[in-house]
Design a binder for this molecule. Structure first.
Ligand code: SF4
Length: 322
């Protein structure tokens, strides 16, 4: 089967068909998610976009709901110390995102009268908001025609249009040009196109085992037409066990539950000596000790948390930032 390549697609009936197929599929199968509701605020969408960047929907949902109940407006979060945001980040991982959201909330209050700004440029000027988040919030919160490119979208474009099993290891200029060329001209349709391609990547065109028989655009898929060629490289797995990231996560779990500073020695003590543990921290401390980390790795993890502003020293112990 001969399919149009990336360069020929723009402006063709084939592209219009793709838009329509994806739009129909999205209205039939899209997950009902609170940040997709028409009454979700731009702040709720910004928070969801940051949480979803490195964490699956199922883990984000309860934390997002908790955040929205506590801090329905940026001003509610901005009033809190940044450590409270980190505490309620829970186990979403990459907790620097909580600090970034807190800093964004403060900037929204100080520079935008407490309202999330509505253009890509002004969103981009918020601390911790990068190009992807600015595009996604401008599109999904304010209905703007923005080219949104996340990991899922990149993978769908690579297979559907470029005939590759996987996109390049990191975003390239030609991928951005391809994504721009695929965008519908109609503004409303462009917003749904972004959301539908993202959803296809999350539910059907998944990284490890695409469910092509359930794909609404399989007849147009360049990767299928090419005979499903294998990836040209092996993606780097995200190691976890034994890493500094795992150890940092275990330390953060202790700090989130501690109601007073935790003496650094406690992180090193064996489980049997937990009589010194601050109330409520015995379980996460035991989990930390089970990792059996080398002293130098523990020291590196603690230093990293202090350096990143995720913890601070107070009264000789470690605590979340005040
Ligand atoms: S047919 Fe398969 S590989 Fe192609 S876009 Fe659909 S799910 Fe992805």
């Amino acid at each position: 089967m001969s399919l149009p390549g990336a360069a020929e697609l723009a402006g063709t009936n084939h592209l219009t068909d793709l838009h329509q197929s994806m739009d129909r599929w999205f209205s039939e199968v899209a997950r009902v998610l609170p940040w997709r509701s028409s009454d979700c605020s731009p702040w709720g969408i910004l928070v969801s976009e940051v949480m979803l960047q490195q964490t699956p929907v199922v883990r984000v949902l309860p934390v997002w709901e908790d955040w929205m109940e506590r801090w329905p407006e940026p001003a509610d979060l901005a009033k809190q110390p940044s450590g409270v945001a980190v505490r309620h980040w829970g186990r979403l991982g990459y907790p620097r995102r909580a600090l970034r959201l807190h800093a964004a909330a403060v900037a929204i209050v100080e520079q935008h009268a407490g309202r999330v700004p509505d253009s890509h440029g002004s969103l981009l000027s918020l601390p911790g908001v990068g190009d992807y988040t600015a595009s996604a919030v401008a599109a999904f919160a304010f209905g703007r025609r923005e080219t949104v490119v996340d990991t899922n979208i990149r993978r769908v474009h690579a297979r559907l249009v470029s005939g590759l099993a996987l996109p390049a290891p990191s975003l390239t200029a030609s991928e951005m040009r391809l994504a721009q060329s695929l965008m519908p001209d109609d503004v409303e349709l462009s917003v749904r196109w972004n959301a539908s391609v993202m959803e296809l990547g999350a539910l059907v065109c998944t990284a490890r085992s695409p469910k092509c028989s359930a794909c609404p655009v399989r007849d147009s898929c360049a990767w299928l037409a090419a005979g499903e060629p294998p990836p040209t490289y092996t993606p780097k797995g995200q190691a976890w066990h034994g890493t500094d990231r795992q150890l940092r996560g275990a330390v953060m779990a202790v700090l989130r539950l501690a109601d007073s500073p935790v003496a650094p020695e406690l992180f090193e003590r064996p489980t049997a000596d937990l009589g010194f543990a601050a109330e409520g921290t015995a379980v996460p401390l035991a989990a930390l000790h089970r990792l059996n980390s080398a002293p130098e790795q523990l020291e590196r993890a603690l230093e990293g948390l202090l350096r990143d502003g995720l913890a601070e020293m107070h009264d000789g112990g470690l605590r979340l930032p005040a």
